[in-house]
Ligand binder design. Structure first.
Ligand code: FES
Ligand code: FES
Length: 180
């Protein structure tokens, strides 16, 4: 299959990859750019493990083809902390023991970071954002506690740059499992 060059920005760095058009963004990030914090679980948009932020919107990278990333600005879990300073969402998950094996955690963090920036409230984050993520380890009690801690104890200013429509990939609706 004919390969093509795709250029985008990921975690502040401009990247050009030469890929087959059928390649998924999740695979490009992991195998071509060697940024492996983005996890791949179901590969069909259900589990949320592969979530990254594209032009301010949380996106399932397993549902986005590499050419759709042309010209976009992508953030992955590797960009969330500021050096040794964890993002409030990460701090809250740590404080509330909101992870077990951690496989689902990068995707959850990216969705919650985007929701906080977009001004979502804690209840919506618990019901709508976590409702789109599947954790196979156990329940969501501590993850929900972490959401409330992140929203109520660690406020962050609204980021007006977030929420504009993505160029190429677009945002995906929250879907999938129950957050209970
Ligand atoms: S791997 Fe993309 S949603 Fe599950
Ligand atoms: S912490 Fe293991 S899958 Fe969620």
């Amino acid at each position: 299959m004919t390969r093509r060059a795709v250029t985008f920005e990921v975690n502040g760095e401009a990247v050009t990859v030469d890929v087959e058009p059928r390649m998924l963004l999740s695979d490009v990030l992991r195998h071509e750019v060697a940024i492996t914090g983005t996890h791949v679980g179901c590969e069909q948009g259900s589990c949320g493990a592969c979530t990254v932020i594209v032009d301010g919107n949380p996106v399932r990278s397993c549902l986005m083809l590499a050419p759709q990333a042309e010209g976009t600005v992508i953030e992955t879990i590797e960009s969330v902390a500021d050096g040794d300073e964890m993002d409030p969402v990460q701090q809250a998950l740590h404080a509330e023991h909101g992870l077990q094996c951690g496989f689902c955690t990068p995707g959850i963090v990216m969705s919650l970071v985007a929701a906080r920036r977009a001004g979502s409230d804690a209840a919506a984050a618990c019901d709508e954002v976590l409702g789109g993520h599947l954790c196979r380890c156990t329940g969501y009690v501590n993850i929900r506690r972490a959401v409330h801690r992140a929203w109520e104890d660690l406020p962050r200013e609204h980021d007006p740059t977030v929420g504009r429509s993505a160029q190429g990939g677009g945002s995906l609706p929250v879907e999938g499992g129950e957050a209970s």
